[in-house]
Design a protein around this ligand. Structure first.
Ligand code: FAD
Ligand code: PHB
Length: 388
């Protein structure tokens, strides 16, 4: 064998797996299709669960996260022109979320990997994986890596999932009839906490990256052309959807320096292991972004996988690897349900008035009932690995 674990993809899943395995003295090679510059600047998630922060802290890659990340103990749900705070930490045993860009996590993990001298190859995309033989072909197709285990951490559009024979994989999928238009702008946050807004014109979200940078999202049609959204139109729509009835809220505006449209999708492929190939993160599952869970779910998979591989390589104990898929899928489905529920509650759906009244009732209940708010809070900050 060339290496014990061949990791395909240097997103959060692949990089964290390499970091955790490196600490256990397990030999691994990371192959990434894109350049370092590209992966370090790909703008995506921003909300880290308590458990995600804990694992990065415990394994020594969270110094900058603790300096620059913003700890939030609540979020606001806004609907009918009024804001309602969900006191996450009070409701969820003191747990909190940290707002810190995914690409910052990726930068920190790349730096840790390179400092440790571990192999990490950019612009070395896998072209073919043999899940039974544990072989990865990459680059121009003539390079080959032979591994005891192949970890497919190559995201939703990667090659790893496709390497599993179709009859060995069951896929569950739902596409939503909307997408998110996201921007990054040089503007101070207009609120200390994230604001999730339900409005008859569609969902809007106010988030942030730092005291100088805000991240905002708008629900748009799925096939929407970004060219149809000049900055003025985006700001106007955000202001309209996020307005409070008493006129007391105005969103700070500033130069838009990043703009993109992301589809909303729920997806699960089961099982998450086939032969020598294991899948982790977006390669195995996608959640709509409303619950802020995709990155955190990738981290949860990798924590389970690293433990299983450590037992396997240290004492030949394959039991963890045997239960890896089942163990992860319990959490995956909990998170799928939560993300679907938040999505259905917050977005403009079909416009059917019956549906709209149900949605209104659900929102009212969540902000009035401590039990309902607690359900939201404990899922949002993230359930403990042991509790799922
Ligand atoms: P990825 O980050 O997709 O990484 C996969 C890597 O594999 C990439 O670097 C890719 O280039 C590489 N790759 C692909 N094919 C190959 C190949 N053939 N060979 C080698 N390498 C390959 N999640 C949250 O938790 N909180 C949020 O607030 C949140 N917000 C989001 C907002 C947006 C707009 C989007 C799009 C996503 C959001 N997510 C959020 C989801 C989150 O970004 C993903 O779940 C996360 O990136 C998953 O990490 P991953 O490592 O599994 O996959
Ligand atoms: C983000 O800050 O990018 C973000 C926050 C909350 C979400 C999704 C994305 O639910």
């Amino acid at each position: 064998m060339d290496t014990q674990v061949g990791i395909v993809g240097a997103g959060p899943a692949g990089l964290l797996l390499a970091h955790l395995l490196g600490r256990e003295g397990i030999d691994c090679v990371v192959l990434e299709a894109r350049s370092r510059e590209y992966v370090e600047h790909r703008v995506r998630a921003g909300v880290l669960e308590q458990g995600t922060v804990d694992v990065l802290t415990e394994t020594g890659v969270a110094d900058r996260l603790h300096r620059e990340g913003m700890v939030h103990r609540g979020i606001q749900l806004r609907f009918g022109g009024e804001g309602h705070r969900i006191a996450l930490s009070d409701l969820a045993g003191g747990r909190a979320i940290t707002v810190y860009g995914q690409q910052e996590v990726v930068k920190d993990l790349i730096a840790a990997r390179l400092d440790a001298g571990g192999p990490l190859e950019f612009e070395a995309g896998a072209t073919e994986i043999d899940p039974d033989g544990g072989v990865i072909r990459y680059g121009d197709g003539s390079d080959e890596l032979r591994c005891t285990i192949v970890a497919g951490c190559d995201g939703f559009h990667g090659v790893a999932r496709a390497a599993v024979p179709a009859d060995a994989l069951t896929v569950y999928e739902r596409e939503y009839p909307f997408a998110w238009l996201g921007i990054l702008a040089r503007a101070a946050p207009s609120s200390e906490e994230l604001i999730y807004t339900h409005h008859e014109r569609g969902f809007a979200l106010h988030s942030m990256r730092s005291p100088e940078v805000t991240r905002n999202y708008l629900q748009v049609a799925p096939g929407e052309d970004i060219e149809a959204w000049p900055d003025e139109r985006i700001w106007e729509e955000l202001q309209t959807r996020m307005a409070l009835a008493d006129g007391s809220f105005a969103l700070n505006e500033g130069e838009v320096f990043e703009k993109g449209i992301a589809p909303m999708r729920s997806f699960v492929a089961e099982p998450m292991r086939h032969g020598r190939l294991v899948l982790a993160g977006d390669a195995a599952h996608i959640v709509p972004a409303t619950g802020a869970k995709g990155l955190n779910l990738a981290v949860a998979d990798v924590r389970v996988l690293a433990r299983a591989l450590a037992a396997c390589f240290a004492h030949g104990d394959e039991s963890g690897l045997g239960t890896y898929s089942e163990r992860c899928l319990r959490r995956v489905w909990r998170v799928q349900h939560f993300s679907w529920w938040m999505t259905a509650m917050m977005h403009r759906l079909t416009g059917d008035p019956f549906e709209a009244r149900l949605q209104q009732s659900q929102l009212d209940y969540v902000v009035r009932s401590r039990a309902a708010a607690t359900t939201l809070a404990e899922n949002y900050v993230g359930l403990e690995l042991e509790d799922v």
